[in-house]
Design a protein around this ligand. Structure first.
Ligand SMILES: Cc1cc2nc3c(=O)[nH]c(=O)nc-3n(C[C@H](O)[C@H](O)[C@H](O)COP(=O)(O)OP(=O)(O)OC[C@H]3O[C@@H](n4cnc5c(N)ncnc54)[C@H](O)[C@@H]3O)c2cc1C
Length: 403
């Protein structure tokens, strides 16, 4: 049987996050966006108090012990207000914490996952480099074994929270021969701390969206990492990077769904206020068409991320479904934001209304965690039989409803 009602705890979470974001973030977001200011204190204190930084991490590892749908609900509500909030859920919870939960040793979970899930430490994900985005095998960062340590050398760029996170999940070549052959089984994953000698970071100042968030680069200059900080086995890094994306993309899908809803609500409001030719612009059929498209995109995107979250709860492989949810929602969010600006006319082209910010913010999600083109190819390849998902040595633990 299929039910479409949210459980009481989901509704409560939705309400709580909605109220917090409306009260503690919405009044300040325009100014912080204008100032390119990441309000670390206010945002992280709030997210921590709500338990969102470990929302679906089991309580034994410092989290709130909720299910994966809860991560989606929080992501949707946060991006309704601003993308920068949801990005924190994506990289800290989705890409980092859930990867440690599935692939980390007990010791790594105690040392890193527990403080992260409790909201005492902030975590990020470092795959992209100046010469490697969609083509992740093109990364150049190397990790050379030296006694009981690995020496990491390389640069990661376009990294969310690069200048503020305490820990990063980083990917580097540990097998130089395989690097030459671009064989991804030569890549390994590491937990890196900002405090490690040889680590330095900076912000990307030329960015034109998600301005209230932090995006930057970090450099690892002969940085020594203890061997016990390798996540998974040597050579499992690429699989771990892809596993992490299954979780991150889920939050991006749910977040983009929230952005579509924000565009829809702002457009409905404005269309009833603004008059042309003696009537509210909402009376014009072409305006109605844009609003109806937003509703259609919102509902379809929501169903897709809900299905993906349900599959995670059930412990089913969801790479294909999560990728579809991410692709559909982000492409639709770009359409919704563009039309929201259109409905606002010249006012939409100004910072006085939020839709311009939505338009700038939505574009990044069409690029990160698999570009629109990469997701298009993935979905075609599944259908054509060129792509199948093989079982992974470590999987996301299912959510037991009898907890
Ligand atoms: C705001 C923001 C935050 C980010 N945060 C993080 C983060 O926290 N951690 C992290 O590791 N990365 C992060 N990224 C980086 C992001 O993951 C990459 O930008 C993304 O993977 C795309 O890589 P690229 O920018 O190098 O584009 P490229 O890979 O160079 O692609 C350029 C264009 O070519 C197209 N293209 C490439 N290959 C193909 C192909 N085979 N077929 C068809 N078209 C193709 C792409 O779709 C795109 O349109 C972030 C990016 C942004 C914008």
């Amino acid at each position: 049987m299929i039910g479409f009602d949210l459980a009481d705890e989901h509704r409560l979470l939705e309400q709580t996050v909605r109220e917090w974001a409306a009260r503690d973030v919405a009044p300040y977001i325009r100014e912080h966006d204008r100032q390119h200011h990441f309000d670390r204190e206010r945002i992280l204190t709030g997210l921590k108090a709500l338990g969102l930084l470990g929302v679906c991490v089991p309580q034994e590892y410092g989290g709130a012990g909720m299910d994966y749908l809860s991560l989606g609900i929080a992501s949707e509500e946060l991006e309704y207000v601003d993308t920068s909030l949801r990005v924190i859920m994506s990289v800290h919870v989705g890409l980092n914490c859930l990867t440690l939960l599935a692939w980390g040793t007990e010791d790594q979970k105690r040392r890193y996952l527990v403080p992260q899930a409790a909201g005492d430490k902030l975590a990020g994900y470092g795959l992209t480099e100046p010469g490697a985005g969609s083509d992740a095998r093109a990364i150049q960062t190397t990790a050379v074994k030296k006694g009981d340590r690995y020496v990491l050398t390389g640069e990661k760029t376009w990294i969310s929270l690069a200048d503020v996170a305490d820990h990063f999940l980083v990917f580097a070549w540990t097998d130089q021969a395989k690097k030459q052959q671009r064989d991804p089984s030569g890549i390994s994953a590491f937990i890196v701390e900002r405090s490690f000698k040889g680590f330095s970071s900076g912000p990307l100042k030329e960015k034109w969206g998600i301005l209230a968030g932090n995006t930057g680069y970090f450099v690892m200059d002969g940085m020594e990492v203890p061997e016990e900080n390798m996540v998974g086995r040597p050579g499992e890094g690429f699989k771990i990077a892809m596993f992490a994306l299954d979780q991150g993309r889920f939050t991006v899908a749910a977040g983009a769904t929230g952005l579509i809803r924000a565009c829809r609500d702002a457009s409905v409001r404005y269309a009833k206020e603004r008059q042309t030719f003696g009537v509210e612009i909402a009376q014009h059929q072409l305006v109605k068409q844009m609003i109806a498209q937003m509703e259609s995109d919102y509902q379809a995107s929501r169903l897709l991320w809900l299905r993906s979250g349900w599959m995670k709860n059930e412990g089913r492989r969801n790479t294909k479904e999560t990728g579809l949810a991410k692709w559909v929602a982000t492409v639709a969010s770009e359409r919704a934001a563009s039309d929201a600006v259109q409905i606002h006319g010249a006012n939409g082209y100004s910072d006085e209304y939020p839709v311009g910010r939505f338009y700038r913010n939505c574009k990044a999600a069409v690029i990160y965690e698999g570009t629109r083109e990469i997701h298009t190819l993935m979905q075609a390849d599944y259908l054509l039989g060129y792509r199948t998902d093989r079982p992974s040595r470590c999987e996301l633990p299912p959510y037991a409803t009898d907890k």
